[in-house]
Design a protein around this ligand. Structure first.
Ligand code: HBI
Ligand code: FE
Length: 287
């Protein structure tokens, strides 16, 4: 066990960075969430869990069920008991976005930063920054999966090297198109595992069912060369054949030379199909 941190800070405060320690963690201070916040969480959970049953991959659905968090904003400490036993990960509370280097260091040590505040009523459908619903509901179920657990640690370790090699933009795309917006094939169907999709009602339906959107096979270098949009649904997604492919695709890849080779080249636009590429068709759809 790690020693409990001694911060006396309160949480539930949006962007209260002044209270954070050098690792940007704060106390979750679970008792500070109001009944109104718990009720909002329950509504978000109810809406999203129905969609997820239909469109998320099995690992996400199983993980979500094990977390047992339908009743209100969850206590990170409770999830930590489960996570620690399953994959050795631990959740830490943070006030919002934290600097890249700090974020990478947490991941490299199997600590996942969870934003502690909850979105307001007028933000139920759309938020440009992470909150506790995105971070916990979207990310934590997949932290119970061994492939995702290992991939995230590798990503954290790659972060420091990417910053030193001016490759952060390329590396960040790999996170974006997998951990945030990744799809995976399961028994022939296209399922969702990315947290950015699964914490959004509109994008969950769109990513899994829209016939006009580009879906390409997972390929790390192709992804690292592909730009993304943060202000609307994605124009293109990448599809794993299985979750362990996340690791298989990375082991043996030396990012340094890839950064050197591609950093100066204009990225491929999101949604753009290169010559020879075909979009993966949905079940029941003519190729
Ligand atoms: N901080 N809290 C938080 N959550 C993130 O997802 C996050 C971050 N800081 C940096 C970051 N993500 C990314 O820009 C890196 O993955 C590159
Ligand atoms: Fe996220």
């Amino acid at each position: 066990m790690e020693k409990p941190h001694t911060s006396t800070t309160r949480s539930g405060l949006r962007g209260e960075y002044a209270l954070a320690g050098p690792d940007y963690t704060v106390a979750q201070a679970w008792g500070d969430y109001t009944e109104e916040m718990h009720a909002r969480w329950r509504r978000l959970y109810a809406r999203q869990s129905a969609l997820v049953r239909e469109h998320a991959c099995a690992a996400f659905c199983e993980g979500l069920a094990r977390l047992d968090c339908a009743q209100g904003v969850p206590r990170l400490e409770e999830a930590n008991a489960l996570l620690g036993a399953a994959t050795g990960w631990r959740l830490v509370a943070v006030p919002g976005f934290i600097p890249d280097a700090v974020f990478f260091d947490h991941l490299a040590h199997r600590r996942f930063p969870v934003t502690c505040w909850l979105r307001e009523e007028h933000e139920l459908d759309y938020l440009v920054e992470p909150d506790v619903f995105h971070d916990f509901f979207g990310h934590v179920p997949m932290l119970l999966d061994p492939a995702v657990a290992d991939f995230l640690q590798l990503y954290g370790e790659a972060g420091a090297r990417a910053m030193a090699h001016d490759g952060l933009e390329m590396l960040a795309r790999l996170y974006w198109y997998t951990i945030e917006f990744g799809l995976v094939r399961e028994k022939g169907a296209i399922k969702v595992f990315g947290a950015g999709i699964l914490s959004s009602a509109g994008e969950t339906r769109y990513a899994a069912t829209d016939r006009g959107v580009l879906r390409l096979p997972f390929e790390p270098l192709r992804i690292m060369r592909t730009a993304y949009r943060i202000d609307r649904f994605q124009d293109g997604y990448f599809v794993l054949e299985s979750l362990p492919e996340l690791i298989d695709g990375l082991v043996g890849l030396d990012f340094g030379p890839l950064y050197d080779m591609w950093r100066a080249t204009a990225p491929i636009a999101a949604g753009e199909r290169l010559p020879g590429e075909t979009s993966i068709s949905l079940q029941g759809e003519a190729a």
